[in-house]
Design a protein around this ligand. Sequence first.
Ligand code: SF4
Length: 311
Amino acid sequence: MNLKEEINRLRKEKNAVILAHYYQEGDIQDLADFVGDSLALAQWASRCTADILVMCGVHFMGETAKILCPDKKVLVPDLTAGCSLADSCPADRFADFVKAHPGHTVISYVNTSAAVKALTDVVVTSTNARQIVESFPQETPIIFGPDRNLGSYINAVTGRQMLLWDGACHVHEQFSVEKIVELKAAHPDAEVLAHPECKGAVLKLADVVGSTAALLKHAVKSPCRRFIVATEAGILHEMRKQCPDKEFIPAPPNAGICACNECNFMRLNTMEKLYACLRDESPAIEVDPDIAARAVKPIERMLDISRKLGL
Ligand code: SF4
């Protein structure tokens, strides 16, 4: 069976769209109607007119799409595609943390469960986190969760002292400072691009810190010909597509030869599972209506602020 042809036939027949995150395998990105980072996927989902939306990403991305499009069928090729960062922030413990710090505005990264979003005042992504934090007066007491690295980075660049939840992504925590230093020495002409979920020591080595979309945009615009990229390795597919004459070197993880700079959750989605989920219209994401009703507000607030900021 030609999987690509079958997926194309099914998506037409069922009026379905396929959205893919930059961290998906290359074949899925090439086939998708839209490829983007978390903000762009949420923006796209909020405007979606198809009957079925297939979110090739991880569970929280499917939840966000379902919350924004409650009347649509939202499918994720592998429902077990979780996220270590979202898992580092269980809703019951986060609720206790929020309760212990009354009077704080709660800002949550999009990499959270719907139940955590329901406890949140405004959701952010790595594309808009700094600007959204800065949209609050400097003295506003803020709880920021769940990524301590992104939170520390925003504290550093904005001079804030947000209270941080102690969570992290297992992929972005893995990058080796020593190996990036070695790579920089071997390629002194290369720019280091890093995602703000990386540890502070890695961010200090970076020429550019930004979301996957921002790093991609920079790679396209920069006169530099070579880049060391410290984020999930899936983004290299789009970088190489858009800049075929430039070289992209994935930043190595601590563990050496293993592929720890690939997200094992993201890689659970495959072309075979994408085909099967379109054929069976399953597995579908469901979100408890009460949680969805509360979680939609901070997501829409983020989309609204992003619109006003032109993001
Ligand atoms: S790369 Fe990290 S933050 Fe992104 S989905 Fe995988 S575990 Fe979550």
